[in-house]
Ligand binder design. Sequence first.
Ligand SMILES: [Zn+2]
Length: 165
Amino acid sequence: MKKASEIKNLARYGDTFTTAYIEAALWSSTGPAFGECPCCGETKLLDRLPEKEYRQDSMCSGPECGMRETPEEPPLDENYSWTDIAPETLQRMIDDCAKFQAENDLTGYPLKNAGHDFWLTRNRHGCGFWENDFGTEEQCDKLTKASKAFGEFNLYPGDDGKLYV
Ligand SMILES: [Zn+2]
């Protein structure tokens, strides 16, 4: 199995299925940005907004900074890429993809779509293998069940700006 530490360029070294899986994880998950707080200048998770009368730049949740919860968090891919995924979390994603591909028949199912659908189906998003876009109905049914058996996997930024499960 691939080691997360050996992957320097996802498009080049990650296989098609795993690359698509990680891309889907980033665009279908949401979370606050990580960066310099415009109020205190510290580098933190920017998960709050100031009171309504002030400029609505995202701020940190420090006592003098943003006070209101951000009403809608942006998709992770607006602020993060696969290199921001914590190494141990990335390794779990790579291992799950390798296991899923080894255990399931993906004949006739394009690997890029299969990688997307594995992420979306296991996390019960609005699309996935069950739509039967490729492969046979019986095959898609098996892939849906197999994905759900892996359980949900949610990415969220930690206090260090890395993405964790
Ligand atoms: Zn601050």
